[in-house]
Design a protein around this ligand. Structure first.
Ligand code: PLP
Length: 386
């Protein structure tokens, strides 16, 4: 049985072109980029080139890009580093209710450290309600965090309006673009954001490599104390191959974005249409025009976890939502924030298509979903040919 991977929002395979670009930086060019000798100089040249590439793709300057270990670190650093650096101006932070756990948990830590945190509600599609967001802003609000696109339902956030509100009030805006990078047009200037996080493994780059954009002039405290790496703000020997891989993966993802997005949208829509044709009681969560390859579906009368297990047995890999919350008995905070009842939120599965998927995968996966759902609903199973 050939397995079908429909969990690209959790992680993507490394692109062979990215691996090729990274290869020399494991054994051949192994120097520590902080070493002043020739070995170090070769390594630092690769890191500098990667930084230039990432900066140019984001519309930033190279000294505004900091390499990190991934999205979680970037998110924690942005939120905690900025809040602490801004604490002399105020101690109120607003985060959207549908942020990734990396942001929500960092916000919870801030609360423990004496900050006040408001969670901005979202509408039924998972988009931040701009009106309500603006009402949460106070004279002591110093920082806001709103993601570019949601990892569970794919909804794209109204960042333009949020950015305008923040700029009027001098509030620093942090955007978690971990899911959006490579999938949607990306940049730090339109809309204007002050901090932005990305993670290579979401766009066919290596795991454990990320970046944080920090606009020049924005104050940011240290998250990781140590050596003087990353302009003295993030100690630790730079992951040279990771930085090279991140830059190459982002370059390819941006260059091929439109063509890939059109393909993924067609696969996703064909998959959803096929399911809708064969099954009743199926609802799509989130905005229809969200992340191109992602569909979060609710199946009436079906337990999402049970469906995931049956799909896995049928050779289809999907997810209950955030990969890091799989296995957790709690229903998704994103779906609850969108107004779903806990029982409804437990009946949802996220399917996320990627570059390697074909129309045949979409058709086979749709047939598997229909067969598994019917079986779980207790109806006579239709033969599923695999
Ligand atoms: N932010 C979002 C929106 C994500 O989807 C993820 C990963 O699922 C992260 C942050 C964390 O990224 P990483 O896995 O690189 O730590």
């Amino acid at each position: 049985m050939e397995r079908i991977y429909l969990d690209h929002a959790a992680t993507t395979p490394l692109d062979a072109r990215v691996l090729e670009k990274m290869q020399p930086y494991f054994c051949e060019v192994f120097g520590n980029p902080d070493s002043p000798h020739a070995f170090g100089r070769r390594a630092v040249a690769a890191v500098d080139a990667a930084r230039d590439e990432v900066a140019s793709l984001l519309g930033a300057k190279p000294n505004e890009i900091f390499f990190t270990s991934g999205g979680t670190e970037s998110d924690n650093w942005a939120l905690r580093g900025a809040a602490h650096a801004l604490a002399d101006r105020g101690r109120h932070v607003v985060v959207s209710a549908v942020e990734h756990a990396a942001v929500l948990e960092a916000a919870a830590l801030l609360e423990g450290e004496g900050f006040s945190v408001s969670r901005a509600p979202v509408d039924a599609e998972g988009a931040v309600d701009v009106e309500q967001f603006s009402r949460l802003l106070r004279p002591d609000t110093v920082l806001a965090a709103v993601m570019a696109a949601n990892n569970e339902v794919g909804t794209v956030q109204p960042l333009g309006e949020i950015s305008a509100l923040c700029r009027e009030r001098g509030i620093v805006l942090f955007c978690d673009a971990v899911q959006a990078a490579g999938a949607l047009p990306l940049g730090v200037n339109a809309p204007h954001v002050d901090l932005l996080s990305i993670s290579a493994h979401k766009f066919y780059g290596p795991k454990g490599a990320g970046a944080l954009y920090v606009r020049a002039g924005i104050r940011l405290g240290k998250l990781i104390a140590g050596g003087h790496q990353e302009r003295g703000l993030r100690g630790g020997t730079t992951n040279v191959a990771g930085a090279v891989g991140l830059a190459e993966a982002l370059r390819i993802a941006c260059a091929e974005r439109e063509q890939n997005a059109a393909r993924l949208r067609a696969l996703r829509d064909g998959f959803c249409a096929e399911i809708a044709r064969n099954l009743g009681g199926v609802h799509r969560n989130g905005a229809q025009n969200g992340l191109p390859g992602l569909a979060n579906l609710r199946f009436d009368g079906v337990d999402g976890e049970a469906l995931l297990y049956s799909l896995d047995l049928a050779g289809v890999a999907a997810s209950a939502g955030a990969a890091c919350s799989s296995g957790s008995p709690e229903p998704s905070h994103v779906l609850l924030a969108m107004g779903l009842a806990a029982s409804e939120a437990r009946s949802c599965v996220r399917f996320s298509f990627g570059r390697g998927n074909t129309a045949q995968d979409a058709a086979r996966a749709a047939a598997a979903v229909c067969a598994c759902v019917e079986r779980l609903r207790g109806r006579a199973p239709r033969p599923y040919a695999g």
